[in-house]
Write a protein that binds this ligand. Structure first.
Ligand code: PMP
Length: 342
């Protein structure tokens, strides 16, 4: 892969903004470099633009080097930055699977970049050849999502790696739900594949959707590109502090995940017993895609009881499907009790 050839010319030539904190290194005592207010510590200071402490911790947990980590305002930030860095508006395109997470399309639309959608096979299975056939000379990025949203299943590891090996651009594998599917991450393949970007997030298993922290793992050259074009202080101090706190406490997260995985099994088994349920797609995530009799009607009935699920019935391959997040045992009981009355 030739990164310079893939990059947009204006991004390759860009001189990035250099902040006061970027230029300083060493043991400063008196900070008169950033026009900050000296009062109201620690929030008076700009945050570390490259989040060094947080990256050190994430590097230990994930077994990747700090130079392979980009941190953003949710994974939505690296999704947008990747498209902005590599895709020339009105010329280049991205390829995604269908159905999948909606932000790849929205980010492409915002950037005026075309999107080519490749249908998954029945059962939401990835056929790597179909994806590679959709690629043309202007395809810069392929987005895969495993476990996939909204289907919930893992994509085949060998199918994804086949695409990574045979595509000359960048393959982004969104692993937002990977903690619910141990052993299936492509993180261990990062060293051998310079064109692989893996997205993970603290929004799901880590229970921190509110602080907005997404991670992109990739070759240092790709991480450097994302750092070059991000807002200088994209992660605020509160987010960095709170993330560090939870990352120190991994066992809490492991307990949440094992509760959610056993609840996923229980909810699935209970749903199977209901007449209104037609099919439950096997899930490796913290949600179930469930085909029911008349999804929009059931959705409205649940709303009337104050229970909000996601109506996915208009989505490709998801006719009459609701996407149901696995909640706490009490929340799941409320859902199941309500469904039994319909
Ligand atoms: N990727 C996938 C597949 C998702 O489903 C979501 C959220 N629904 C995200 C990314 C967004 O994650 P974040 O909160 O880190 O922006």
């Amino acid at each position: 892969m030739n990164l310079n050839k893939l990059l947009r010319k204006n991004i390759k030539n860009l001189v990035p903004y250099s902040s006061a904190r970027d230029e300083f290194s060493g043991d400063g005592k008196v900070f008169l470099d950033a026009n900050e207010n000296p009062f109201n510590a620690p929030y008076n200071r700009y945050p570390d633009p490259l989040q060094k402490m947080l990256k050190r911790k994430i590097s230990d947990i994930k077994g990747v080097s700090r130079e392979q980590i980009f941190l953003g305002n949710g994974s939505d930030e690296p999704i947008d930055l990747l498209i902005r860095a590599f895709c020339e508006p009105e010329t280049d395109n991205i390829v995604t699977i269908d159905p999948t997470y909606g932000m790849y399309q929205v980010a492409a639309n915002i950037n005026n970049v075309a999107i080519r959608k490749v249908s998954l096979s029945p059962g939401f299975v990835l056929d790597p050849m179909n994806v590679l056939h959709a690629v043309d000379l202007h395809t810069k990025l392929i987005f895969l999502c495993s476990p996939n949203n909204p289907s919930g299943n893992n994509l085949s590891r060998s199918a994804m790696l086949h695409i990574v090996r045979n595509f000359k651009g960048i393959v982004v594998v969104d692993e937002a739900y990977i903690d619910f599917s141990p052993g299936n991450s492509l993180l261990s393949d990062l060293q051998t594949h310079q064109n692989l970007v893996i997205l993970q997030t603290l929004s799901k298993a880590w229970g921190l959707a509110g602080i907005r922290l997404g991670m992109a793992f990739a070759a240092p050259e790709i991480v450097a590109v994302l750092n070059k074009i991000k807002y200088p202080y994209n992660l605020n101090i509160l987010t960095q502090q709170k993330a560090l706190e939870l990352l120190e406490n991994k066992t809490v997260v492991e307990n949440w995940v094992s509760t959610l995985i056993s609840e996923r099994k229980r909810v699935s088994e209970e749903l199977e017993k209901l007449d209104i349920v037609q099919k439950i797609n096997p899930s490796d995530a913290n949600f179930l895609l469930v085909a029911v009799n008349n999804a929009p009607d059931l959705y409205q009935k649940l709303i009337k009881l104050g229970i909000v699920v996601r109506d996915r019935s208009k989505v490709h391959l998801c006719a009459d499907c609701l996407r149901i997040t696995i909640g706490s045992p009490e929340e799941n009981d409320l859902l199941l009790k309500a469904l039994k009355t319909f």
